[in-house]
Write a protein that binds this ligand. Structure first.
Ligand code: FAD
Length: 304
């Protein structure tokens, strides 16, 4: 049953018409628990509150299903404006983005050009940009672009997903770039030809790559709500004397607040991933797919 629901939410989240429809009606069904608002102003207020509680942020202007160059330019502009708003307001946040929203599926060079504009602007402000990892079809090209950008920029990082078979090799290869990586389990529905189908194997691989990247001496963002993974990370850094400024924990806005606050109280750096924008539907569906128990929360909100 859980697997069926997971597949269903993943499929609806990719449906273009459902996404377009949701855009028209604004944040609904309790999506506001996971999405900070539709405007930059609303999202900056959320960041400010999170900062007051000791947490830093990565802001993501939501954008999926880009099919024209004009839309890619619009998304790029929104990323630039988000960086401006962060700098002007003085909040503690960097930027996360998806390269498909910058035109990756239209023209690789267009996407690289847009990434350069964003990274230049971020560099002017002394800020950092994280490239989210999307589905397997975009994995190789995303890593190729990251490699190219890394030749010029220090302020860029990428995400690596533990559920992919290729990941251990990617971690080895990225070591020569001293890559700043966010490590996640992986959020997309992938074929058993490319990804571990069993959760226990994903968890094992996740532990393996956390340890490898930390011991390679590279900056590591452990992005998980799984307390076992968090405890594992704490144990590794303690055993190997890795200082707190070499790693951080990351969690999603609206998920495991108590755990986030507990880690801050223990002296760890915690970064909250805060998405905003009118394109909230696909992101919201992925969060429901991760935890079908959230559906009760949605149902409650529908009848409020
Ligand atoms: P799980 O084993 O799935 O969950 C552990 C526990 O966490 C659950 O028992 C539950 O208590 C809690 N939990 C997990 N998810 C939810 C939820 N949706 N609602 C309520 N509770 C929940 N994936 C990508 O593929 N690409 C990315 O670029 C990417 N970026 C991310 C950035 C951040 C900051 C985070 C935290 C995740 C990101 N993800 C990304 C998603 C990630 O791949 C997982 O799908 C997601 O984090 C759930 O896995 P988990 O590690 O929390 O562990």
């Amino acid at each position: 049953m859980e697997v069926l629901m997971r597949n269903m939410f993943q499929a609806i989240g990719k449906n273009r018409s459902a996404n377009q429809l949701a855009k028209r009606y604004g944040l609904r069904f309790g999506a506001a628990r996971f999405v900070a608002g539709e405007t930059i102003g609303q999202s900056i207020e959320v960041v400010r509150k999170l900062n007051q509680s000791g947490r830093v942020v990565t802001l993501d202007h939501l954008g999926e299903f880009i099919s024209t160059e004009a839309e890619a330019m619009e998304s790029t502009e929104m990323c630039l404006r988000t960086l401006d708003a962060i700098a002007e307001s003085g909040v503690q946040s960097n930027l996360s983005l998806k390269m498909t929203s910058l035109g990756l599926d239209i023209d690789k060079e267009l996407c690289i050009g847009n990434m350069r504009k964003i990274l230049d602007r971020a560099r002017e402000y002394g800020n950092f940009v994280r490239i989210d990892m999307e589905d397997y079809a975009h994995c190789q090209v995303s890593l190729d672009i990251y490699r190219e950008l890394r030749q010029t920029y220090d302020n860029v990082g990428i995400v690596i997903q533990a559920y992919l078979f290729r990941t251990e090799q990617d971690i080895k290869d990225l070591n020569e770039l001293r890559a700043n990586l966010r490590l996640v389990k992986g959020a997309y529905k992938e074929s058993p030809k490319v990804a571990f189908p069993e959760k226990k194997d994903v968890d094992e691989n996740y532990k393996k790559i956390i340890k490898m990247h930390l011991l390679n001496g590279n900056y590591t963002a452990v992005a998980s709500h799984d307390e076992n993974m968090i405890e594992f990370t704490k144990q590794i850094v303690k055993e190997h004397g890795i200082p707190n400024d070499r790693f951080e924990f990351q969690m999603l806005y609206g998920i495991c607040e108590e755990l986030q606050n507990r880690l801050v109280a223990e002296g760890y750096k915690v970064r909250v991933y805060v998405p905003y924008g009118i394109d909230w539907f696909g992101y919201f569906m992925r969060r429901l797919a991760e935890r079908p128990a959230n559906v009760w929360f949605v149902l409650k909100n529908m009848f409020k």
